[in-house]
Design a protein around this ligand. Structure first.
Ligand SMILES: [Zn+2]
Ligand SMILES: [Zn+2]
Ligand SMILES: [Zn+2]
Length: 143
Protein backbone atom coordinates (compact mmCIF):
# COMPACT_ATOMS: atom_id res chain seq x y z
CA UNK A 1 0.00 0.00 0.00
CA UNK A 2 1.37 3.36 -0.97
CA UNK A 3 0.89 6.00 1.70
CA UNK A 4 1.74 9.10 -0.22
CA UNK A 5 -0.30 11.85 1.31
CA UNK A 6 0.94 15.03 -0.30
CA UNK A 7 0.68 17.02 2.86
CA UNK A 8 2.55 20.29 2.59
CA UNK A 9 2.89 22.35 5.72
CA UNK A 10 3.17 26.05 5.24
CA UNK A 11 4.15 26.60 8.84
CA UNK A 12 7.78 27.27 8.10
CA UNK A 13 6.99 30.55 6.45
CA UNK A 14 5.83 31.94 9.73
CA UNK A 15 9.06 33.21 11.21
CA UNK A 16 9.30 36.27 13.38
CA UNK A 17 8.53 39.26 11.27
CA UNK A 18 7.59 41.80 13.86
CA UNK A 19 10.91 42.71 15.37
CA UNK A 20 9.77 46.27 15.70
CA UNK A 21 7.29 45.24 18.32
CA UNK A 22 9.67 43.20 20.43
CA UNK A 23 10.24 45.84 23.04
CA UNK A 24 6.68 47.02 23.26
CA UNK A 25 6.66 47.04 27.06
CA UNK A 26 10.05 48.54 27.67
CA UNK A 27 8.91 52.07 28.28
CA UNK A 28 5.79 51.41 30.27
CA UNK A 29 7.51 50.52 33.51
CA UNK A 30 6.84 47.14 35.00
CA UNK A 31 5.74 44.48 32.58
CA UNK A 32 5.00 40.93 33.48
CA UNK A 33 8.05 38.71 33.26
CA UNK A 34 8.06 35.03 32.50
CA UNK A 35 9.36 32.61 35.09
CA UNK A 36 10.37 30.00 32.53
CA UNK A 37 12.07 29.96 29.16
CA UNK A 38 12.89 27.11 26.79
CA UNK A 39 16.09 28.72 25.54
CA UNK A 40 18.27 28.71 28.63
CA UNK A 41 20.47 25.96 27.17
CA UNK A 42 22.06 28.63 24.99
CA UNK A 43 23.35 30.58 27.99
CA UNK A 44 27.10 31.06 28.12
CA UNK A 45 28.78 28.51 30.38
CA UNK A 46 30.87 31.23 31.99
CA UNK A 47 28.66 34.02 33.23
CA UNK A 48 30.72 34.55 36.37
CA UNK A 49 32.93 36.91 34.40
CA UNK A 50 31.04 39.47 32.35
CA UNK A 51 31.90 42.89 30.92
CA UNK A 52 31.20 45.87 33.13
CA UNK A 53 28.01 47.94 32.69
CA UNK A 54 29.92 50.86 31.18
CA UNK A 55 31.30 48.77 28.30
CA UNK A 56 30.68 50.38 24.91
CA UNK A 57 28.71 48.69 22.15
CA UNK A 58 31.10 46.42 20.26
CA UNK A 59 29.73 47.63 16.93
CA UNK A 60 29.16 51.38 17.24
CA UNK A 61 30.87 52.30 20.53
CA UNK A 62 27.67 53.63 22.06
CA UNK A 63 28.95 54.23 25.60
CA UNK A 64 26.33 52.97 28.02
CA UNK A 65 22.95 51.36 28.72
CA UNK A 66 23.83 48.57 26.33
CA UNK A 67 22.76 44.92 26.35
CA UNK A 68 24.86 41.95 27.35
CA UNK A 69 24.34 38.90 25.16
CA UNK A 70 24.02 36.06 27.65
CA UNK A 71 25.04 33.53 25.01
CA UNK A 72 28.43 34.97 23.95
CA UNK A 73 28.88 37.96 26.31
CA UNK A 74 28.98 40.48 23.49
CA UNK A 75 27.98 44.03 24.45
CA UNK A 76 25.51 45.57 22.03
CA UNK A 77 23.31 48.64 21.95
CA UNK A 78 19.53 48.74 22.25
CA UNK A 79 16.88 49.23 19.62
CA UNK A 80 16.67 52.85 20.76
CA UNK A 81 20.26 53.40 19.63
CA UNK A 82 21.48 51.37 16.66
CA UNK A 83 19.66 48.07 17.32
CA UNK A 84 22.87 46.08 17.42
CA UNK A 85 21.53 43.60 19.99
CA UNK A 86 18.49 43.01 17.83
CA UNK A 87 20.67 42.52 14.76
CA UNK A 88 22.87 40.14 16.72
CA UNK A 89 19.84 38.02 17.54
CA UNK A 90 18.71 38.03 13.93
CA UNK A 91 22.17 37.03 12.69
CA UNK A 92 23.31 34.58 15.36
CA UNK A 93 20.04 33.52 17.01
CA UNK A 94 21.42 34.46 20.42
CA UNK A 95 18.11 35.18 22.07
CA UNK A 96 18.97 35.96 25.69
CA UNK A 97 20.11 39.44 26.67
CA UNK A 98 20.53 41.38 29.88
CA UNK A 99 19.98 45.13 29.91
CA UNK A 100 22.64 47.15 31.67
CA UNK A 101 20.10 49.93 31.78
CA UNK A 102 17.74 48.26 34.24
CA UNK A 103 19.12 44.70 34.57
CA UNK A 104 16.06 43.20 32.97
CA UNK A 105 16.52 40.02 30.93
CA UNK A 106 14.84 39.72 27.57
CA UNK A 107 14.34 36.57 25.50
CA UNK A 108 13.91 37.38 21.82
CA UNK A 109 12.62 33.89 21.10
CA UNK A 110 10.02 34.00 23.86
CA UNK A 111 9.34 37.62 22.93
CA UNK A 112 9.17 38.36 26.63
CA UNK A 113 11.00 39.55 29.69
CA UNK A 114 12.29 36.85 31.98
CA UNK A 115 12.28 37.06 35.76
CA UNK A 116 16.00 36.75 36.42
CA UNK A 117 15.48 36.45 40.15
CA UNK A 118 13.13 33.51 39.91
CA UNK A 119 14.84 31.54 37.14
CA UNK A 120 17.74 29.63 38.75
CA UNK A 121 19.93 29.69 35.63
CA UNK A 122 19.64 33.49 35.37
CA UNK A 123 19.93 34.50 38.98
CA UNK A 124 23.77 34.24 39.23
CA UNK A 125 24.41 36.49 36.24
CA UNK A 126 21.73 38.90 37.40
CA UNK A 127 23.47 39.15 40.77
CA UNK A 128 26.87 39.54 39.13
CA UNK A 129 25.55 42.33 36.91
CA UNK A 130 23.85 43.98 39.87
CA UNK A 131 27.08 43.98 41.87
CA UNK A 132 29.01 45.42 38.91
CA UNK A 133 26.42 48.16 38.45
CA UNK A 134 25.65 49.08 42.06
CA UNK A 135 28.63 47.79 44.00
CA UNK A 136 26.54 45.65 46.32
CA UNK A 137 24.46 42.51 46.19
CA UNK A 138 20.81 42.89 45.23
CA UNK A 139 18.25 42.94 48.04
CA UNK A 140 16.19 39.85 48.52
CA UNK A 141 12.79 40.20 46.96
CA UNK A 142 9.80 38.92 48.82
CA UNK A 143 7.45 37.35 46.37
ZN1 LIG B 1 25.69 49.66 18.64
ZN1 LIG C 1 25.68 36.57 21.34
ZN1 LIG D 1 13.06 31.99 25.71
Amino acid sequence: MAAQAGSSSAQEDQFLENEEDLFYGAESGWVEARTSCDHLASLSSDLAHIPTPDTACNRCQHPNENWLCLCCKDILCSRFVNKHMLQHYQQSNHCLALSYSDLSVWCFSCDAYLDAQLIPQLRPVYETAYILKFGEAPPFRTV
